[in-house]
Design a protein around this ligand. Structure first.
Ligand SMILES: Cc1ncc(COP(=O)(O)O)c(C=O)c1O
Length: 371
């Protein structure tokens, strides 16, 4: 039996009927960009996250870019980013003329190591990007404390972790800005690109609304800032508003799938991610560390089992960041994860037998017999 890595049908079909009704209304309304549907979703999403304001933008990358622009990150500034994450984290910093400073991650959570982030703070540091990687809450409490001590800002990169919490509080409400992506495969995914910034600050929210709309003032339409065209479509907002009702349940399904994998891999050479059932990990990816990864990939391909290697190279070794002059060996944990990490199918809608099939195919590769 083959098991796909990406499986969006189940969660999207669950809201298809209502969404088609919404679409009919949207066609009639002519409010395709901005408009009441986007505003309603912004308010609902901000409430869900425990933030005062939500500002829809057109991608997770732009959520990071506009948040940094709102803080006036620019030439001479430094922004600390984990070395093991998606390239966008570093290149939005560079695009604003500032310098990304990479710091290593922790081997257990794959998230930014707060001690190493703190050691990287200097007089030019403006912000730290706290990435909740693969859906796992990073040590956001400690990072917030460190940021306060050194008067720098925290941006939470929420791309993988929409709906995750720490205690009673949703991630994305801890930092100065929460930067969300609605890329289709994310915990809350649209049918195209989309993103959102959450914040508690009224003045910043107003500036972000101007930045995403060509720097225009909502009151008189004059250009008060050099801005961007980064708006959320009403079509995405309508679908996302429907899907938000299902998000907690979908995330719990991911947690259940992770629980099963973790049990099945117990006596195996595979290192499983930290297991948490309190929604502080929503398992957008179930990422294991696998010895002999390239051979395992050949085996999975031959058996029709989906998989994906997220981040085959850490950021400091990407050609785009060569100008920063980091050397191989600079961030040993990130380099090791880039060599060994592989993500397995986990999307809601996958059944117990799918997860068992994936696990037994992996175990077969390592010669582990299952009972
Ligand atoms: C951790 C992380 N942050 C941000 C992004 C960018 O999000 P988007 O594709 O919505 O621009 C990505 C993209 O994969 C990512 O993995």
């Amino acid at each position: 039996m083959s098991v796909p890595f990406i499986q969006l049908g189940a969660v999207n079909n669950a809201v298809l009927e209502e969404f088609c009704e919404d679409l009919k209304q949207l066609f009639e309304s002519s409010h395709y960009i901005h408009g009441p549907a986007v505003q309603r979703f912004e308010e609902q999403f901000a409430r869900y996250c425990g933030s005062r304001f939500g500002i829809g933008v057109n991608s997770g990358t732009d959520a990071l870019l506009l948040s940094m622009a709102a803080m006036d990150v620019g030439p001479g500034d430094e922004v600390i980013c984990p070395a093991f994450t998606y390239g966008r984290c570093g290149d939005v910093v560079a695009r604003l003329g500032a310098t990304p400073i990479f710091a290593d991650v922790r081997a257990d959570s794959y998230c930014l190591d707060p001690d190493l982030a703190m050691a990287s703070i200097g007089s030019r540091t403006k912000a730290i990007v706290a990435v909740h990687l693969f859906g796992q809450a990073c040590e956001i409490d400690r990072l917030v404390t460190i940021a306060r001590t050194y008067s720098v800002s925290i941006l939470e990169d929420m791309r993988h972790a929409t709906g995750a919490r720490l205690g009673n509080r949703r991630l994305g409400s801890f930092g100065r800005f929460g930067c969300f992506s609605f890329y289709p495969t994310r915990p809350l995914g649209g049918i195209g690109d989309g993103g959102m910034i959450t914040t508690h600050e009224e003045a910043a929210a107003e500036k972000l609304r101007q930045l995403r709309d060509h720097g225009r003032s909502a009151t008189d339409g004059s250009h008060v800032l050099i801005g961007y065209n980064s708006r959320l479509d009403a079509l995405q907002a309508m679908l996302l508003q429907r899907k938000l009702q299902e998000l907690d349940e979908n995330n719990l399904e991911r947690v259940e799938n992770a629980r099963l994998y973790t049990r099945l891999f117990k006596e195996s050479p595979v290192t499983t991610p930290v297991f948490r059932d309190d929604l502080s990990h929503v398992y957008n990816m179930y990422t294991v560390l696998a010895p002999d990864r390239e051979k395992l990939i050949e085996h999975l391909n031959a058996k029709g089992i989906g998989h994906k290697v997220y981040y085959p190279a850490p950021l400091h070794l990407h050609p785009a960041f060569r100008y920063l002059d980091y050397k191989e060996g600079a961030f040993p944990v990130s380099e090791d994860l880039a060599r060994r990490a592989i993500s397995l199918p986990i999307a809601p809608g996958l059944k117990k037998h799918h997860i068992e099939e994936v696990a037994s195919t992996v175990l077969e590769f390592y010669g582990v017999t299952t009972g």
